[in-house]
Ligand binder design. Structure first.
Ligand code: SF4
Length: 706
């Protein structure tokens, strides 16, 4: 008998590559992994992380039994304990005294049930996600401009473009298969121009025709300058602006006020006027332009404004909604988009509805059969852990994430959890810095066991299918949450399978989603009656998926049709702002953090693959040779980095890829892996006031030899 082959999706980045897994020895978790040649995200290609997934499915470091205060218990005891403690705290202190902190690693079905329990039945919006740290500024940017959190582009646009501008995105390492598509597009069409805007000279620059090593944080000034240039050179699409947009004039005036002169823009951005002029001319003179942006834009105290500064330029030149065009935000996580769809952020309801809109709250309440639906925003990630530290939140349930490592000011998060009344952690991993602080440990299924859907960064919903049965006592997150909800006395959580939840999620997306009630972008109502057989066979598809668009929707806004009340896109006037905390005499360097090519988040899975650990075996600090000389550093020496929030040690990597005055440290190492190498402890917790996203790219630090 030939081995079974199963199609599923990679659990790492937002590219969402399809995988074909061949079960060699299922009992011993031996599986052969290759790219799914039919999946439209990757057509068979995988990066180093996806290709080594087969090395990460052992039971090493798995949490396999529920535990309360270090004692193994059965599921009924654990679930009843969590339900009773949450109910008691809510009864005594109100619904805002509890919180969930969830993850872009969850499947859409897990996310949906967590959101339904907290916002629909506990009655608080205190559910936020680690996606807050990754792309919440992009959400604000899209909502302000389009009236909906809707990514207009798709991967084919990267292949059809004449110019691709990559801003604050090391696509080569962080979204490798999307980068491979760009590289191949450039190889087959040498006329395709690539511009990289990034303080660092990353591997993404390998294919760049132009690299603007911009001063950290000055992106909005650059794009305001571009908008001014487009107006002055008569490169505007007046027809598109007149028919489909509003607020152009005040936006242009604001852009001119900050970026009147090209030399001024160049000086402010710390690059040459020649390079700025080249970028502007290419943007103006090419019809098909995609601007790709990621954490370098989003992780900023003014990340939302930076997103809108980019979108303004695409609206002004009509470079949106057409093949090869658009402002394209790359989400970091495998299911950040699914979380956005179900309302997994503390400032969103469900199915793209709003907490502050009484009609939306009423609608969701009628759909869920609850009169307790939250009607105001909850605590966003940094606020949430501040509230835990101050004792306002007395019970927190953390699902599939490791905030003691990944949050900014991570030592404060650790202290907050140490003194919290009740910390529940559900995860597939037994030993994480966060799990070590849990009063209740709940074993969740992991990738290779999970069953449900994810949405990638181009709105494409794909199935994640199980390769093996759950290990030990592990259970799906949606099951764990539903069982707690039932024990808290709530109806509407009697799901038997993830297909039941997907069907309900799809039905809610279409519920009163019409011209009479107001059309919302997220609509997968074509699946509102999906049964288990269809769910099992579900093929990758881009939302909206409706009765009119049963095969999905590749591209949005081709004919305008924005989701604002008036149907027009909004220009947003932008006043550029630099980092909230600039380097100063005491902390002379700007610390930038980010991903490595071969690791994922806090390395709980990727560290299991020996091949991946050889790329960068320990935390490093990248520093420019001139700075290294001044500080007396030698290559591979040790450096201590200190910020106002914490300190760490790292191995010195002297490289011209760094700007003088800036240093880069990867985000991955935990206390358990490197007792002094957890960069989150240093990171500035200041946030964008609109998105709540921390400024993780610009922390002032002191750097010394150690
Ligand atoms: Fe997985 Fe992303 Fe690599 Fe694709 S590019 S294989 S989704 S990590």
């Amino acid at each position: 008998m030939s081995p079974t082959s199963i199609k599923t999706t990679c659990p790492y980045c937002g590219v969402g590559c399809g995988i074909e897994a061949t079960l060699i020895d299922p009992e011993n978790h031996i599986v052969d992994i290759k790219g799914d040649a039919q999946h439209p995200a990757n057509f068979g290609r995988l990066c180093s992380k996806g290709a080594t997934l087969g090395d990460t499915v052992s039971l090493e470091n798995r949490l396999l039994q529920p535990e309360i205060d270090g004692q193994t218990v059965d599921w009924d005891s654990a679930l009843t304990h969590v339900a009773r403690r949450f109910s008691a705290i809510v009864a005594e202190h109100g619904p805002d005294a509890v919180a969930f902190y969830v993850s872009g690693q969850l499947l859409t079905e897990d996310y949906y049930v967590a959101n339904k329990l907290m916002k629909g039945f506990i009655g608080s919006a205190n559910i936020d996600t680690n996606s807050r740290l990754c792309m919440s500024s992009a959400v604000v940017g899209y909502k302000r401009a389009f009236g909906a959190d809707a990514v207009p582009c798709n991967y084919e646009d990267l292949e059809q473009a004449e110019l691709i501008v990559l801003v604050g995105s090391n696509t080569a390492w962080c979204h490798p298969v999307a980068f491979q598509r760009i590289r191949r597009a450039k190889e087959s069409n040498p006329a395709l121009k690539i511009v990289v805007i990034d303080p660092r000279a990353t591997s993404t620059c390998d294919i760049a025709d132009l690299h603007l090593s911009i001063r950290p944080g000055m992106d909005a000034l650059l794009f305001n300058g571009l908008l001014t240039y487009l107006a002055e050179t008569e490169s505007l699409d007046r027809d598109f602006i007149d028919r489909h947009c509003q607020d152009f004039v005040p936006t242009l005036l604001a852009a001119r006020a900050s970026a009147f002169d090209l030399d001024e823009v160049a000086a402010g951005c710390g690059v040459t006027a020649h390079d700025v002029a080249q970028l502007f001319a290419w943007f103006a003179n090419h019809k098909k332009v995609v601007t790709v942006y990621s954490q370098g834009i989003n992780q900023s105290g003014s990340g939302s404004d930076k997103c809108n500064a980019i979108i303004n330029c695409h609206l002004a030149s009509g470079k949106i909604g057409k093949p090869g065009c658009g402002p394209f935000s790359l989400t970091g996580q495998p299911n950040a988009m699914g979380g956005r769809e179900v309302g997994g952020l503390a400032n969103m309801l469900a199915a793209h509805m709003d907490l502050e809109n009484p009609r939306h709250v009423d609608r969701v309440g009628r759909f869920w059969g609850s009169d307790k639906v939250a009607n105001r925003q909850g605590l966003k990630a940094v606020e949430l852990f501040d509230a835990v530290a101050e004792g306002r939140v007395k019970a927190v349930w953390i699902m599939a994430t490791n905030p003691v490592v990944s949050m900014p000011d991570a030592d404060k998060v650790k202290r907050a959890l140490q003194q919290c009344e009740l910390v529940v952690v559900s995860d597939c991993i037994a030993n994480t810095d966060t799990m070590a602080l849990a009063h209740v440990k709940l074993p969740a299924t992991g990738w290779s066991e999970k069953d449900g859907t994810v949405t990638n960064l181009e709105r494409r919903i794909s199935r994640q299918r199980p390769l093996f049965p759950p290990s030990g006592q592990a259970r799906p997150d949606w099951w764990i949450i539903s069982q707690v909800a039932r024990r808290m006395g709530f109806a509407g959580f009697d799901y038997q399978a993830s297909a039941d939840i997907f069907r309900e999620h799809a039905a809610l997306s279409g519920f009163e989603n019409d011209s009479m009630h107001g059309v919302r972008a997220f609509d997968i109502s074509a699946f509102a009656d999906i049964d288990q057989v269809r769910f099992d066979a579900l093929q990758p598809v881009q939302w909206p998926v409706t009765a009119k668009a049963t095969q999905g929707t590749a591209r949005l806004f081709g004919d305008g049709g924005f989701y604002t009340p008036h149907g027009r896109a909004s220009f947003v006037p932008i006043v550029p702002r630099g980092p909230v905390h600039a380097a100063d005499a005491a902390y002379q360097f700007t610390l930038n953090t980010g991903r490595l090519r071969d690791q994922w988040h806090t390395m709980t899975r990727t560290a299991l693959a020996a091949k991946l650990n050889s790329h960068k075996p320990e935390p490093t600090v990248e520093i420019h040779p001139a700075d290294a000389l001044q500080l007396g550093f030698r290559q591979q020496g040790l450096a201590r980095l200190t910020s106002r929030w914490g300190s760490m040690l790292a191995r010195v990597d002297i490289t011209v890829s760094q700007q003088p005055g800036s240093v880069f440290v990867p985000m991955h190492w935990t206390e358990q892996l490197s007792s002094r190498g957890r960069v989150g402890a240093l990171v500035n917790p200041v946030v964008d006031p609109l998105s709540g996203q921390p400024e993780s790219k610009q922390t002032p630090v002191r750097v010394e030899a150690w």
